[in-house]
Design a protein around this ligand. Sequence first.
Ligand code: AMP
Ligand code: MG
Length: 486
Amino acid sequence: MKALDQLTFDNRFARLGDAFSTQVLPDPIADPRLVVASASAMALLDLDPAQAELPLFAELFSGYQSWQDADPRAMVYSGHQFGSYNPRLGDGRGLLLGEVVNDAGEHWDLHLKGAGQTPYSRMGDGRAVLRSSIREFLGSEALHALGIPSSRALCVIGSSTPVWRETQESAAMLLRVAPSHIRYGHFEYFYYTRQPEQQQVLIDHVLTQHYPECREAELPYLAMFRSIVERNAELTAYWQAYGFCHGVMNSDNMSILGITFDFGPFAFLDDFDANFICNHSDDRGRYSYSNQVPIAHWNLSALAQALTPFIEVEALKEVLGLFLPLYQAHYLDLMRRRLGLTTAEDDDLALVERLLQCMQRGGVDYTLLFRRLGEQPVAEALQRVRDDFVDLAGFDAWGAEYQARCEREPGNAEGRRERMHAVNPLYILRNYLAQKAIEAAKKGDYSEVRRLHQVLSKPFEEQPGMQAYAERPPEWGKHLEISCSS
Ligand code: AMP
Ligand code: MG
């Protein structure tokens, strides 16, 4: 285990040069204080979790201190926002502090969000508010604990620095950790600004550092694009299977690594609703829950367009065509597991879809339904969840089919509960839980943020005394409007 001053840096992205990023120092926030830290994210850097309690920790991640070997930079990129191309985005309020190499030889980007203005801030103040920093912290750590690929969050540092959104709030900084912060938008930037040499440097960098296994392929760039498509098909399947809504699936918020990244006013579904829109400025529901699948595909085609100087169009199209079938296979696999099925039958997708239709009509809690289905033997479990449904005839018909399907499974029902509980979380990051923790944090009490983080770090394990975190949300908690300003 290391101390903060023992980290080793190897800033590969910074070395690509000034065409890719601009050197900027963090602009400190006043009276920094630790809100919450993730011991498991610290472990990625081999950091001793006790280091989070040191004054140096809060100073490093609020802009007062730096490492001699860090090389803080704002990255330039562009991207498609809500379907329209924005030619110049970039890190407007975040800085890539540097890349830490851990004892296992892995590189981890340290990215400080809310670090002040940069050449890409446009009209923005370069800040992030406490509320959205806590939400991203809890969201990324909760996704990781669910087994869903995501950027990580190492800590949130609060401050007394005022920032103005709809009302006055306080600034915070979030330290995001990921193997890379390169987005689809990086490729789009160099493509649309016609900088072929830089684009070549970028694609070779990503290939060498992040997709080394593709270098041996006959067509390495195509193999890499194929891997990106594969990873995104799997990622999107996870989101849909676990009810995660990203909120702002702009191509500048899509990681080249296929991990959940830079999410906006995200939400996990409470009641199942295929048309759920978590982003209240998304009037037309472009990024609604069920649209995430075609949008993930659309974003990949935006990336493909930017890769046309390196890969033949026909080959790109062919690989893009793999997305939907791959997505469907992953999704079905995850949903079979959530239903406790270990074998495959032709009608399984229809079985899943019919359940979702019944849930949609009844406003049934998406997380708890699966958990309860696994709690008892099938017949009893069906009886128990039945009351949640409005369309009882529809549910009974589904239940009969599901029971028959379970009876065709090999082996006995012994392992069913264990198997289902291992994939069906009891605790999920519900908006109202985050909201309660945020309200307390705004008053200077961080205990609820920390407790919620702990509960969500073991989402599949029943934790004594934590029943309140596994309840359905109260009515007020289902209709919270999460502000899009962050
Ligand atoms: P987002 O939708 O949060 O991913 O942000 C889109 C773009 O706006 C990115 O280039 C951000 O860096 C930039 N941005 C968002 N909020 C701010 C802010 N408060 N100050 C400066 N830039 C911002
Ligand atoms: Mg963004």
